[in-house]
Design a binder for this molecule. Structure first.
Ligand code: FEO
Ligand code: CA
Ligand code: CA
Ligand code: CA
Length: 687
């Protein structure tokens, strides 16, 4: 098992789980992406001519490529910076003429008493007023359109307990790796430590402004707040009030507590923030199976909820006090009815959650019609007055699907709000072998979603979105991560980060490796640019890898300035520059696996029309680079480094080596942080 496959601890022994954050739970018979591609690019052409021949066949006749090329000629070159080399250092490297500084690191205060960061020693209450851990999706909401004053929303995907508690009794000196949970001698957990971990999850919302010296800083503001793993959140859409989500906390199934494992995000056309719940299943334990009761319910099993009494992932249900806010992570049927225990608590996770960053009193809402799965993020198509609202979301696990939602109601500027996401049609993508694709509706009575096949109604379909997509016959993909839409061409891009489970027998044209270690980016478009259409045309924009294993849509392979692996965060800016971030896992200086050619994780920029890709930035040891947005003027960029130091072994940690010094380099624990990037001449980032 390679390090990069182990985003997460072995926190569960549930069937189907191995290492990593993406449980291979999909046992349906739908075709894999490579099988679909086989008809389009003949297997023997790969065997005869290698990848170059494949890429010509695959991309050469792309109508999309020609359209994009015409657009590029009109706009001129998109990429104006000198690429940076791969890096093996514990540093941040940006192109010549660019500068960076740290904005919001884990533990920086944003509200309340503004308690100072104390390395490995903050209390739960303090963390509740500070920026959380493991930054991921991020957006800058301008205040009055400003490019120098705005509100940041930033997700916190998961945690490394050893860095949160490094100075607390029982942690230092023990062999603890990045995945470890430390239990007390009695096998239970300390309440304050559990609460701290819950408070380090969720979303940090804070105002930031450019200072006189040109740097950006947190600004105290009544809108600053934390939405944590414990914040009351409403359940909206068709699942609201259904039997699937009735709990002891909310017997009528309208509320739950917290949002967890918030990976990427989306921004709605009405200027709110959506945060994605990705690998939430591991936070729960359901021991019904062990207790000789029936198998785990399908709405747990298909998502990988643990049947290990010690699991979930952080053992929160083992908090000593047994308080309800911790006990709820035990999803076993221990009460007389669903409203007397938390057997349904996992069903209140796996959703997209809407947050209004401008209204600190507003209650976030889980928008259930966008489906329940390991949501990576969500991306909205440009809105058209009088037409439905359309968005896309990927399910980041091996052999899972890409989804689209089309609202019933239409976009009315100034009137439309989040409730438009509560009624519409959810679809799963089917990629045909001829370069076309179709959207399969996941709705009662359609595509086999009938009571006879086990789907009672819309709420049942949504709670079991993965099973509904299996039933409909969607195409199994290689871990769909972020999506983005080119605002000028309307093309949709999705990063498919890797799929290490591909066997030699499954090698084919689009995945010409015995394990897809490197990933690829797929894109599609519609006739007349109409995102509501049921059919689309697609191709691959890039097959990532080193020079011998890569291909670019417009021809050729990646070179020294552009090789990368495991695309994850992608974002197309308003000039159509496609930014690509990498998550090869916890890569450190001693890494010696199949990704050793690529150095530390970082970010590249590409021109969708020419296919050119240039490395823009490299980051410190152990981190992944994730989250990217600019101010409206394009002159200030915000990115995140997540989990610096995560590669440090248990032995190194015990010896006081935290793996990385980022961002303080002063002996304190490494911290995830937002990094601000500017151009010394004040120009547009990337141009
Ligand atoms: Fe949280 Fe799929 O990355
Ligand atoms: Ca990761
Ligand atoms: Ca990601
Ligand atoms: Ca990833």
């Amino acid at each position: 098992m390679n390090d990069y496959e182990r985003d997460y601890p072995d926190y569960t022994e549930a069937p189907g789980y191995e290492h990593g954050d993406e449980p291979p739970c999909n046992t349906s018979k739908n075709p894999n992406f490579y099988e679909v591609m086989e008809g389009r690019v003949k297997r023997r052409s790969f065997l005869a001519g290698g990848l170059a021949a494949i890429s010509t066949g695959l991309f050469g006749s792309s109508l999309l490529g020609k359209a994009a090329l015409a657009q590029s000629t009109a706009k001129g070159a998109l990429l104006g910076f000198t690429p940076v080399p791969i890096s093996f250092d514990d540093t941040v490297v940006v192109p010549e003429g660019y500068s960076f500084h740290i904005l919001g690191a884990t533990g920086e205060p944003i509200m309340g008493d503004m308690p100072a960061f104390r390395s490995g020693a903050n209390s739960a209450a303090e963390q509740g007023m500070q920026i959380g851990q493991h930054h991921d999706g991020i957006h800058y909401f301008p205040i009055d359109g400003s490019s120098e004053d705005g509100i940041i929303c930033v997700n916190h995907e998961y945690i490394e307990p050893r860095f949160l508690h490094a100075e607390k009794p029982g942690y230092k000196g023990q062999p603890i790796d990045s995945r470890s949970v430390v239990y007390d001698a009695d096998g239970m957990r300390d309440d304050d430590e559990v609460q701290l971990e819950i408070n380090a999850h969720g979303v940090s919302v804070y105002r930031t402004a450019k200072q006189a010296d040109g740097t950006w800083a947190v600004v105290a503001d009544p809108r600053n707040r934390k939405i944590t793993g414990g914040t009351p959140i409403a359940i909206g859409g068709p699942v609201q009030g259904s039997a699937h989500v009735r709990t002891k906390y909310s017997p009528d199934g309208t509320m739950t507590r917290g949002t967890l494992n918030n990976c990427a995000h989306g921004v709605t056309p009405w200027n709110t923030y959506l945060t994605a719940e990705e690998n939430w299943a591991g936070y729960f334990s359901n021991t019904d199976q062990i207790d000789q009761k029936p198998d785990l319910p399908r709405e747990h099993a298909r998502y990988g909820v643990s049947s290990n009494p010690q699991g979930g992932r952080y053992g929160w249900h083992l908090a000593k006090s047994g308080a309800d806010e911790f006990a709820r992570f035990n999803a076993s049927s221990i009460g007389a009815a669903a409203t007397e225990d938390y057997r349904n608590e996992p069903n209140t996770f796996g959703w997209m959650v809407e947050i209004d960053p401008f209204d600190p009193e507003s209650t976030p809402v889980k928008r259930t019609h966008l489906g329940r799965f390991a949501h990576e993020g969500v991306v909205f198509a440009p809105v058209v007055e009088g037409a439905p609202v359309v968005c896309y979301s990927g399910d980041d696990a091996r052999f899972e699907y890409i989804y689209k939602f089309v609202s019933d109601d239409v976009w009315v500027p100034g009137e439309t709000d989040g409730s438009i996401l509560d009624s519409g049609t959810l679809y799963a993508a089917k990629f045909n072998d001829d370069g076309t694709g179709e959207w399969l509706a996941l709705a009662p009575g359609r595509n086999g979603l009938t009571p006879a096949n086990g789907f009672a109604d819309m709420a049942d379909i949504l709670v079991n979105t993965r099973l509904a997509a299996d039933q409909a016959g969607a195409t199994k993909m290689d871990r769909p991560e972020w999506g983005t839409i080119d605002p000028n061409s309307g093309e949709v891009y999705f990063a498919l980060t890797n799929n290490s489970r591909r066997t030699q027998a499954q090698v084919d044209a689009v995945n010409p490796r015995a394990e897809n270690n490197f990933g690829q980016i797929v894109r599609w478009h519609y006739e007349n640019g109409d995102h509501t259409r049921a059919s689309f045309d697609w191709d691959l924009f890039v097959i990532a890898g080193n020079a011998q294993n890569s291909a670019v849509a417009t021809g050729g392979a990646l070179g020294d300035d552009s090789i990368f692996a495991c695309p994850d965060g992608i974002w197309c800016d308003e000039n159509s520059r496609l930014w690509i971030q990498t998550d090869m896992g916890d890569i450190g200086p001693d890494y010696d696996g199949p990704l050793k050619d690529f150095g530390m994780n970082g970010m590249l920029a590409s021109d969708p029309a020419t296919g050119e890709i240039r490395r823009f930035l490299t980051g410190p040891w152990g981190q992944e680079t994730t989250g990217v947005v600019t101010t409206p003027d394009g002159k200030t960029m915000f990115i995140n480094f997540q989990h610096p130091g995560a590669h440090a072994s248990a032995e190194a940690f015990a010896a006081g080596d935290f793996g990385s010094g980022f961002p303080d380099y002063d002996g304190t624990v490494p911290r995830s942080a937002t990094v601000v990037i500017t151009r010394d001449d004040g120009g547009i980032i990337g141009a």
